[in-house]
Design a protein around this ligand. Structure first.
Ligand SMILES: NC(=O)C1=CN([C@@H]2O[C@H](COP(=O)(O)OP(=O)(O)OC[C@H]3O[C@@H](n4cnc5c(N)ncnc54)[C@H](OP(=O)(O)O)[C@@H]3O)[C@@H](O)[C@H]2O)C=CC1
Ligand SMILES: CC(=O)N[C@@H](CCC(=O)OP(=O)(O)O)C(=O)O
Length: 346
């Protein structure tokens, strides 16, 4: 049994970790932290977990956390970079769901996250935890930087094109939409039902902190350091889910004929990426509660543009599910342990 700790257990990704780990056959949560709810039983805050956990929230304590084999950080940016290195030094492996260790260029990180990085040596050593790209490195990692939600949907959708040099890399477009749970559980007037219900808007069009993370992944896949990508997120009135519509121009339109088989071959052995038949329109509810990314390819008449639509559940493949997938890889377990549940419909 892997002894697991969770820092930030009251947030949306923390409770999603608890939900997934409740039925994981090889992991046991032994410590879950919250400063605001310390002392409260987990099941008293989250009744869906009644009968699954006989555990109360506690203040984050390095000595207790260091007794775990693995600690998930489901905390705001800036927390893991201060606490994780001490745990790693004491032999505990870490999966960080925040962005503290995702970006290798620390000037870029400081600009987008509004603070200097305090543990640059660990930002360098951390493995960016997209298993479909970095499985071998994740297996041996002490510290895994779990990818952001939008970057997961966007990178998985574009990587096969970029790895094979099939598209122009100067004007890729990622038009993405997210449900409100992406913003976390903390009180925020802009996220009230009365503010976002029956409405739909873009935000961060002139720059969002996921842009450098997306760009870093696409540059690595293509090998083109000059790659240009436009990313515009949108907030839609639903709770879970991300849909990313991705546009790229083929270098050679004749390649259209082989794209579907190329995508199917790239993801054939991936347990959590599903390439739908050409021209399908995956919807977010087809992945709701599941660790899957479903995608489909499209071509419009007389156009060299390939359009990819990619959907994930932001809290699962975009956060807690991917974090458990990374844990499975790190501990040499079957990669889909605890992650086999299909999506919830309707
Ligand atoms: N929501 C999403 O879809 C996704 C979120 N993420 C990332 O995952 C992380 C968690 O997100 P989410 O669950 O939405 O966030 P929430 O705001 O919902 O929860 C944050 C949690 O962190 C705890 N916390 C806050 N400050 C500290 C601190 N200084 N020290 C220790 N614990 C602290 C809070 O509890 P308390 O204050 O009581 O201690 C709470 O349990 C964030 O970095 C987010 O960007 C990544 C991908 C997707
Ligand atoms: C709808 C919404 O607000 N989504 C969040 C992104 C989700 C997230 O938490 O990503 P990080 O882990 O990289 O911070 C946002 O745009 O800030």
């Amino acid at each position: 049994m892997i002894k697991v700790g969770i820092v930030g257990g009251t947030g949306y990704t923390g409770v999603e970790l608890l939900r997934i780990l409740a039925t994981h056959p090889e992991a046991e949560v032994s410590c879950i932290t919250s400063r605001s709810e310390a002392g409260l039983a987990v099941a008293d805050l989250y009744p869906n977990l009644r009968g699954h956990y006989d555990l109360a929230f506690s203040e984050p304590d390095p000595d207790t956390l260091a007794q775990c084999d693995l600690v998930f950080f489901a905390t705001p940016h800036g927390v893991a970079m201060r606490l994780a290195p001490e745990l790693i030094a004491r032999g505990t492996r870490v999966v960080d769901l925040s962005a503290d260790f995702r970006i290798k260029d620390l000037d870029v990180w400081a600009k987008w996250y509004g603070m200097p990085h305090e543990t640059p040596e660990w930002a360098e050593k951390a493995v960016y935890g997209l298993p479909e790209v970095a499985r071998a490195a994740i297996r041996d990692a002490q510290l895994v930087a779990n990818p952001g939600c939008y970057p997961t949907a966007v990178q998985l959708g574009l990587i096969p094109l970029l790895e094979n040099g099939l598209v122009k890399t100067d004007r890729i477009i990622a038009d993405a939409k997210s449900g409100a749970s992406g913003a976390g559980r903390q009180a925020n007037v802009g996220m009230l039902h009365g503010e976002i219900g029956e409405s739909f808007k873009a935000y961060g069009a002139s720059g969002h902190r996921h842009l450098p993370e997306i760009r870093q992944g696409l540059v690595a896949a293509s090998g083109d350091s000059q790659l240009g990508v436009t990313f515009v997120p949108h907030l839609v009135p639903m709770i879970r889910g991300i849909e990313a519509t991705l546009y790229a121009e083929l270098n050679n339109p004749a390649d259209f004929d082989r794209l579907q088989s190329l995508y199917e071959a790239r993801y054939r052995d991936e347990p959590f990426v599903d390439v739908l038949p050409f021209g399908s329109h995956p919807d977010t509810r087809s992945v709701r509660g599941a660790n899957h990314c479903r995608m489909a390819l499209h071509r419009q008449e007389d156009s060299n543009l390939v359009i990819i639509t990619s959907v994930i559940d932001n809290l699962v493949k975009g956060a807690a599910g991917q974090a458990v997938q990374n844990m499975n890889v790190m501990f040499g377990l079957q990669e889909n342990l605890g992650l086999q549940a299909p999506a919830m419909l309707p």
